[in-house]
Design a protein around this ligand. Sequence first.
Ligand code: NAP
Length: 244
Amino acid sequence: MSNEKVKCAFVSGGSRGIGREIVTKLVAAGYCVTFTYKTSVSEAREVHELHGDAILPIQCDVADRDSIGNAIDQHIQHFGRLDLLINNAGINRDCAFKKMSWEDWTVVVDTNLSSVFNHCQRAMEYLLESEGSIVNIASVSGVIGVPGQVNYAASKSGITGLTRALAKEYASRGVNINVLAPGFIKTDMTDKMPEITRERIIETIPMDRFGSVSEIANIAVFLGSKSCKYMTGQVIPVDGGLST
Ligand code: NAP
């Protein structure tokens, strides 16, 4: 399918949680969307069935550079252009620093941070053609630090450094790049926390609650829109006041 007029987006990790809601809102805003997933085949099928031809799901491991390259190539073959890249896929492997294994470190850094480098590098030629945008999903953890998340916090603050440098490199060439840093959001990632941990976290959030996927997806779509074209290299916290 070749698309001269319709805007096309690529979202990593769009089968569940925040990414799935971003995909839904992008389709509602008129985009054609490719999204990736690694293992959640039935959830990916559900998203495809909901949105039909506007959607291209691709199984891909974002920790693998070639897998990302393949997915971007498939997106271009299918939709013909790329206007917006949203780097959303991410994982956590929380544990005390002393017990954190090298594998806990590398899998989180490869999946959360190296993936952003690889997506941006493989997609940049198409974003230059469209004068497109990149939105990188980081985390409040990379801003304030959360105990038990040394690997995750490092990967997320790495995203902000990468974004600031890349934004300056491409600012004069029409591609703008920003970070959205969510606080604690109700998804599978936070549902797996023990109830007592969730309660303790809520006590630290000025708004007294976790955010919803919709509250993050709205801002992600806005940051990727033409309305935000004069903004680049910025980190936008959406965290109920937690990092204030
Ligand atoms: P989630 O519900 O666990 O969903 C993660 C998504 O990423 C799924 O679609 C998953 O697909 C995909 N994914 C994970 N590893 C992948 C891999 N190696 N290759 C391809 N896809 C992969 O997570 P979420 O809570 O929506 O989080 C989305 C993003 O927001 C992450 O970057 C996370 O760090 C960030 N964030 C979340 C919170 C929060 O409180 N939830 C707070 C701050 C930041 P599969 O299931 O198929 O692997």
